[in-house]
Design a protein around this ligand. Structure first.
Ligand code: ADP
Ligand code: MG
Length: 322
């Protein structure tokens, strides 16, 4: 890209926020960062491709929000306090109004979480966004996938399935109830990373993962890493008014197999349940017990009559498809 385009992009990507642990951010060959002495650094990266992870013609503010939100969700799932981000972006052309919208969505969420954008790279190409993020966690307190124990309760924040229902609506696979349309689309386009919940679960949860590819699929990752099984009670899956307005069988499929929720799925020793209930009192999202961890064995999904349920689709795999 031409020099003027470079300075334009550099100007767009200047963080208003200035953290004391960033002596040098955007503008040099590299950023200088001061990692906190007594904490571990948690790092994560996600890629978003136009028309795979988002529609290229979607509101750029939503794209900016989601590009950071999916990374913040990884920090939440680690119990990490997010701090720094870098942004790699390929753009088909320099479109100032698109960039302004993208940055508005990105920086509103970054500022809300005290995250400073400290660098990045910009090239011309098919619209692709990659955000890297770093955060901190005290040694031994990270929420890992491999700590679940038989007897632990299985819980979830928020309402899984709403994002998948919204996507099905956009794709014309179902009619979104008009009274809930905006709410559902908001869950898909502007997921809420559960940072405060991840921090609160430090020292309480035995294992955690965020739901990006579907509840059953992501639960499967956690169970495999922990070497355990689980029973999930479909009757306990939380439903919002928006989901209650839809066919219940279809809602189960969305809740079990749909991606893009960015809710936290976590395990908790039973004796910690009352502590969690006290904490969750102030949370803006529900937290619901949906099952229990078993000794090693298959994941069992139980329908409300106690029978075993087999979902049609168990989540998104980029190499297999929906
Ligand atoms: P270099 O040629 O050394 O890679 P660049 O010209 O690519 O440098 O970038 C100049 C400065 O602008 C660097 O500090 C880089 O981190 C920053 N930068 C470039 N693109 C972005 C972006 N998309 N987001 C944040 N910072 C960016
Ligand atoms: Mg560069």
């Amino acid at each position: 890209m031409a020099d003027s385009e470079f300075s334009l992009i550099e100007r767009f990507f200047q963080s208003a926020l200035s953290r004391p642990d960033v002596p040098l951010g955007v503008g040099d060959d590299g950023a200088l960062l001061i990692p906190p002495a007594a904490q571990q650094l948690v790092t994560s990266v996600d890629m978003l491709l136009a028309d795979v992870h988002f529609y290229a013609d979607a509101d750029p503010r939503g794209i900016g929000h989601k590009a950071l939100a999916v990374n913040l969700s990884d920090m939440a799932a680690m119990g990490a306090e997010p701090a720094w981000a870098t942004l790699g972006i390929a753009l088909p052309a320099v479109d100032e109004s698109w960039l302004a919208g993208f940055c508005e969505g990105f920086f509103a969420l970054a500022d809300a979480h005290g995250v400073q954008l400290v660098g990045g790279d910009t090239t011309r190409g098919p619209l692709t966004i990659s955000v890297q993020i770093q955060g901190f966690v005290p040694p031994g307190q990270a929420l890992r996938r491999d700590g679940a124990k038989p007897g632990d309760q299985l819980l979830v924040t928020g309402i899984p399935g709403e994002a998948a229902v919204a996507l099905a609506g956009l794709q014309g696979r179902l009619a979104l109830p008009s009274a809930h349309r905006e709410h559902l689309l908001g869950r898909l386009e502007r997921p809420t990373p559960r940072i405060a919940q991840g921090l609160a679960l430090r020292g309480l949860a035995s294992a955690a993962i965020d739901i990006s590819d579907g509840l059953v699929q992501d639960l499967g990752h956690l169970l495999r890493r922990s070497g355990v099984g689980a029973t999930l009670e479909l009757a306990q899956l939380p439903r919002s008014d928006a989901l209650a307005a839809l066919d219940p069988a279809l809602v189960w499929e969305a809740q079990l197999g749909g991606g893009d929720d960015y809710e936290l799925l976590f395990c908790l020793p039973t004796e910690q349940l009352s502590t969690l209930q006290d904490l969750a009192h102030d949370w803006p999202c529900p937290v619901t017990c949906i099952g229990e961890i078993n000794p090693a064995g298959p994941l069992q999904l139980r329908d409300p009559n106690g029978g075993l349920y087999t979902p049609k689709d168990i989540g998104f795999d980029h190499f297999v498809g929906p």
